[in-house]
Design a protein around this ligand. Structure first.
Ligand code: ADP
Ligand code: MG
Length: 294
């Protein structure tokens, strides 16, 4: 494309809330063959609501468990953390971040912290292994359709479970269908469980071509490497746990970045709003600039 067409496209994109960091990325955007999305916070709002919270231990009442969980979650920036803290507050349980020791984050799995002398692990099925447990017992009554399930371990003992639900962003289904109609392969890569991933796929009218669940951040990067064999691949993520996949893609599109975080953000393209319909729009713009000849 000509420098003028490129400049116009970059400016037009910027005015619609899409920062493309240079003409090279505009070129690649025009040629994208595969578009992979993160689920939580990208296709979905990342605004969870707690639907259940249960203690499974006779010695631990659910308010004590809630206090441990909300205190440890207060150290985490994951969208699930805010939901659990809010839920605790609705039961008059106030988190105490200062009472948590040795906090650790296991991306794509969950978190750990020591509180009141207990070693607490909170997360998905994978956190069971961290806690020193070989298998995850199936918990009746919580595996609601479409829920993200959380497990709470004290040491290697399962002491609680919770369920959270999240909804798709406005325009998510439209964006995926638009990309499909443009001949782009669409995929969703998530660390969440399979039932929850399939629930999101259903809400999108089953429009995603590929869905992979229960992935660690490095698994997402590996799948991106595979996609790249099919052609230029873009990855859209919200920045939580997605850095390796965003960096592996030919184009990393970060969303929900604003203010001071912008300066250090490594994405090649930054979506300033949370409207993923801007993604197919950007590709259309890039294709136009690419073919414009003066
Ligand atoms: P996604 O790929 O859908 O964006 P993430 O990689 O952010 O998901 O997280 C994957 C899974 O790890 C979550 O579904 C959750 O089960 C677990 N997890 C991550 N962080 C936390 C946390 N702070 N508390 C509890 N569970 C967590
Ligand atoms: Mg995410």
């Amino acid at each position: 494309s000509t420098p003028v067409a490129t400049f116009c496209a970059l400016t037009k994109a910027a005015s619609s809330g899409l920062l493309i960091k240079g003409a090279d990325y505009l070129e690649v955007l025009a040629k994208v063959k595969v578009m992979a999305f993160d689920k939580t916070g990208t296709i979905t709002r990342g605004e969870f609501v707690v639907s259940e919270f249960q203690s499974l231990s006779e010695e631990i009442n659910s308010n004590t468990l809630m206090y441990w969980v909300s205190s440890i979650e207060s150290k985490s920036s994951h969208p699930m953390a805010a939901a659990l803290i809010d839920y605790g507050r609705s039961l008059s349980v106030e988190p105490k971040p200062e009472s948590v020791e040795d906090y650790q984050n296991f991306p794509g799995e969950g978190i750990y912290g020591k509180i009141d002398g207990e070693e607490i692990y909170i997360g998905n099925r994978k956190i069971a292994l961290r806690a020193g447990c070989e298998t995850v017992p199936s918990v009746e009554g919580v595996k609601k359709e479409g829920s993200t399930i959380g497990y709470i371990y004290s040491g290697a003992t399962l002491v609680g479970v919770f369920g959270l639900s999240d909804a798709c962003r406005t325009g998510a289904a439209e964006a995926v269908k638009e990309l499909n109609s443009m001949g782009i392969k669409t995929a969703m890569l998530t660390g969440d469980n399979q039932a929850s991933a399939m629930h999101t796929q259903q809400q999108l009218g089953n429009s995603l071509e590929v869905v992979h669940s229960e992935l660690l951040p490095e698994d997402k990067a590996k799948i991106i490497t595979e996609f790249k064999k099919e052609g230029p691949t873009a990855m859209v993520g919200d920045g939580v746990n997605d850095a390796p996949a965003l960096a592996t893609a030919n184009i990393g599109i970060s969303m929900g970045i604003s203010g001071s975080a912008l300066a250090t953000e490594t994405g090649h393209v930054i979506l300033m709003s949370n409207d993923i319909r801007k993604v197919p729009a950007a590709i259309k713009l890039a294709r136009k600039a690419h073919w414009k000849v003066i």
